[in-house]
Design a protein around this ligand. Structure first.
Ligand code: FAD
Length: 323
């Protein structure tokens, strides 16, 4: 019995959410009085892999083959499940990220495991139970899921647990994955970045705007604020429906769900369908001229004011701070 954590990489680097997943998996391993092993798939430098020890992984299985250089859902799920079987790991942890959402159910099927996706707390293990608190109904409610099967898969929501440092360097072990041709039915040949801007699903800081901006010609100040902060830009659904912004920026129930450290919502009312995709952001700042706008109910900081006055002042202040 042990715990395995999948550490997702992008261009050879781990994101903060990965260190959070490792910290969370380590806490579960401590709960179960067992060890934590991490599995990395793709081209990651040894120094980067060793770093994982700092967050509690005592060993890292490194899968580095040409076939698995880019993310392939079925193949990655098979490799992670095979690693869990080899290590005798009965609990698999991963981030509930874009790719984690695709992997978690597939790994669960392969291991005949119970699945808790969108976990927000450490499992409660009183009385031999294994209960996981997770988000439900697009983040509008929490559910307590009891995982009764021997094998368990847990996908942790970003920003739910935090990063905790514990031990030293991890030992690196190469893991020769047996990849079946049937798992490579879809293969990514090349990734072409549509833009040099920060990718929205991975962004730590997001500046988002809604219909209160009146028209696409007014997005210059939103982009300027985002550039100054090093943030990605996002928008509400009507804005992308009207082609003021690309659909790739649409966040919410029918768009992308994000959990950045900071979400600045400008001229967005805070409809329940919008909140479904952004309410797990760590800090929410709302700028709206209507003090009754529903978004203020979930805001950590609120500015009641006209975006066309407030945003230029923020830009000015940031420029002065940077000078
Ligand atoms: P509005 O509701 O028009 O709000 C504009 C806000 O800007 C107002 O609060 C106003 O006070 C403020 N404002 C106006 N002028 C200024 C100014 N000068 N300065 C500051 N503030 C100003 N929406 C999403 O965003 N994402 C989704 O995924 C999504 N999915 C949906 C799914 C379904 C099935 C349905 C039915 C709806 C969905 N919607 C979604 C739409 C959602 O219900 C709202 O209609 C939408 O979020 C409203 O967008 P908004 O806040 O930009 O516009």
């Amino acid at each position: 019995m042990s715990v395995l954590v999948y550490v997702e990489q992008a261009e050879g680097k781990f994101k903060k959410s990965v260190f959070e997943a490792v910290s969370y998996a380590k806490a579960i391993a401590d709960q179960q009085s067992t060890n934590l092993t991490a599995i990395s798939i793709g081209d990651v430098a040894e120094g980067e892999l060793k770093e994982l020890g700092k967050y509690g992984a005592s060993k890292v299985l490194n899968v580095s083959t040409d076939q698995l250089k880019t993310f392939v859902n079925q193949a990655y799920a098979s490799v992670i499940a095979a690693a869990a079987e080899k290590e005798g790991a009965n609990i698999v942890v991963l981030s509930n990220s874009f790719s984690g959402k695709g992997l978690a159910p597939r790994i669960a099927v392969k291991l005949k495991a119970g699945l808790a996706d969108g976990a927000v707390e450490l499992p409660k293990t009183d009385g031999g139970k294994f209960e996981v608190k997770k988000t439900a109904f697009s983040g509008k409610a929490f559910a307590i899921t009891e995982l009764t099967s021997a094998n368990k898969v847990i996908a942790l929501n970003p920003n739910a647990f935090g990063v905790k440092e514990s031990a030293a360097d991890a030992a690196i072990e190469n893991f020769a994955a047996d990849v079946k041709q049937s798992d490579l039915a879809t293969v990514i040949k090349d990734i072409v970045r549509a833009t040099d801007k920060i990718s929205l699903p991975d962004a730590e800081l997001v500046v988002s705007a809604g219909r209160g901006l009146k028209g696409p010609e007014n997005w210059g100040m939103i982009e300027e604020l985002a550039n100054l902060l090093g943030a990605a830009t996002a928008c509400s659904k009507p804005v992308s429906d009207a082609d003021w912004r690309p659909h790739s920026e649409h966040v919410g129930q029918t768009g992308i769900a994000i959990s950045p450290n900071l979400y600045i919502a400008i001229g967005i009312s805070g409809a329940i369908q919008h909140l479904a995709g952004v309410s797990s952001s760590k800090v929410i700042v709302v700028i709206n001229k209507d003090s009754e706008a529903p978004f203020f109910k979930v805001a950590d900081y609120g500015i009641v004011g006209d975006a066309f006055e407030v945003v230029p002042k923020l830009i000015e202040a940031l420029k002065a701070h940077k000078a």
